[in-house]
Design a protein around this ligand. Structure first.
Ligand code: PLP
Length: 419
């Protein structure tokens, strides 16, 4: 908490208003649908709000591009859209040079494709097969399930890193488990529960020292935390686009494969759209050169429309400014929790150092399940993560400081109200 501010001041509407007045990105909030309502939205890290511009984009697509161009649209734009828009995600949010990012499928399916491709290509220096995949016990369920399934299919061993649920995986833990047998390390850059931000550059280097590859899950980073995949030397990454990229429910995920690996990796879902010459309709599968080989079937073009508006907004704001606001929002939430909720037994289950925290904060209390249900009835929308975690997701461009203040005051009111 800033020293000069007393606990009383911090919770005043005038204090939140001053923070909003000083916020260089405050005006961005008006570009989102629903900005005028009193609803408090703490779930932009689960499903981002739509931008107003998106309604026009969707209508124009139906009328002009789909309705007007019909099947010609494939030649004109849609066929390459996974790659051209992938490049845009890479440029605006991932620190990735063109030709290394594609959109398609869900994060779950892309995890399957990239994990399978990586473990099948893994060999140790002696030429024998590397047989271990490393991940942490508190990684997102889909990441754990996919890896366990592949381990069964391919006769591999899963090496688990046991983590503190209020923090995340650290460098020493990674150094301890990787070795000659490690094929791949799969970690989340921002932990979905605690919001812990991993030191991706250092961890990537440690994995490389052991001769293994790293795959970063960026679901809770992309659009909230600056990512520098090329500069960090990352091998593989995936992430979703319906969270901080506001692509809408079920918008396709992205995959990044560093250029140096593309032509030696074979993904397991060999479809015609990843073929070197799809319209040859030839007898045998011949993977395309470059990123196209990671595409399987017809891309979900309609699902790729909305994220273009958010990418344009982030590009205008700049990722550094987005991160700066994100840090200030989560710090304010932590300060308010200390000032207004600690006396009710609420603890902060996220890193307190903003440099080690992504875009959300988790507050812990045994009653949070029922508190969340009551908050939803009051139009305050956080989400609940068992056991006892109230997750406050603060999408930087669509959330105001006043919203944070009102939302946390509502948590206090609900905790104080009789059961
Ligand atoms: C949201 C999220 C997913 C989601 O995967 P889907 O296939 O889109 O359902 C995966 N991993 C992490 C870390 C997530 O936060």
């Amino acid at each position: 908490m800033p020293n000069e501010v007393t606990r009383g001041e911090l919770t005043q509407p005038s204090y939140a208003a001053a923070l909003d007045a000083r916020d260089p990105l405050a005006a961005c909030r008006d570009e989102f649908v629903g900005a005028e309502s009193r609803l408090v939205y703490f779930d932009g890290n689960s499903l981002g709000r739509p931008l107003r511009a998106t309604a026009g984009r969707l209508a124009a697509f139906v009328e002009e591009e789909w309705g007007g161009r019909l099947i010609r649209g494939w030649d004109e734009r849609w066929y390459d859209l996974p790659l051209t828009l992938g490049d845009e995600v890479g440029r605006v949010c991932l620190g990735a040079a063109p030709g290394q990012t594609t959109l398609g499928d869900s994060t779950t399916v892309l995890l399957y494709k990239l994990v399978r491709a990586a473990v099948d290509a893994a060999e140790s220096t002696s030429g024998s097969r590397r047989t271990e995949v490393v991940l942490d016990t508190d990684n997102f369920p889909t990441d754990r399930y996919v890896v366990e399934g592949i381990a069964e299919e391919r006769g591999l061993t899963v090496r688990w890193i046991d983590v503190d649920r209020t923090a995340g995986v650290n460098l020493d833990q990674v150094r301890e488990v990787v070795g000659e047998q490690t094929a791949l390390v799969l970690l989340s850059h921002v932990a979905y529960r605690s919001g812990h931000l991993a030191d991706a550059r250092a961890v990537t280097a440690a994995v490389h020292d052991a001769g293994a590859l790293v795959l970063w899950d960026l679901c809770h980073s992309v659009g909230a935390v600056p990512v520098e995949l090329d500069a960090w030397g990352v091998d593989l990454a995936v992430g979703c686009t319906y969270k901080y990229l506001n692509g809408g429910p079920g918008s396709p995920a992205f995959a990044y494969v560093a250029q140096r690996h593309q032509d030696r990796l074979m993904q397991p879902i060999r479809g015609w759209m990843g073929h070197a010459d799809p319209f040859l309709m030839g007898p045998a599968y011949q993977p395309a050169a470059g990123m196209r080989r990671f595409i399987s079937g017809t891309p979900a073009v309609v699902g790729m429309l909305a994220m273009q508006d958010m990418l344009a907004l982030i590009d205008r704001a700049g990722m550094a400014a987005v991160r700066d606001k994100s840090r200030r929002l989560t710090s304010y939430a932590v300060d308010l929790a200390d000032a207004r909720l600690a006396d009710l037994g609420v603890t902060v289950a996220s890193p307190r150092d903003p440099a080690q925290r992504g875009g959300h904060v988790t507050l812990q209390h045994e009653r949070m399940r029922e508190v969340t249900a009551e908050l939803w009835r009051r139009d305050v929308i956080p989400d609940y993560r068992d056991p006892g975690g109230l997750r406050i997701g603060l999408s930087p461009l669509s959330t105001s400081f006043e919203e944070v203040r009102r939302g946390l005051e509502a948590v206090r009111e609900v905790l104080l109200s009789p059961r």
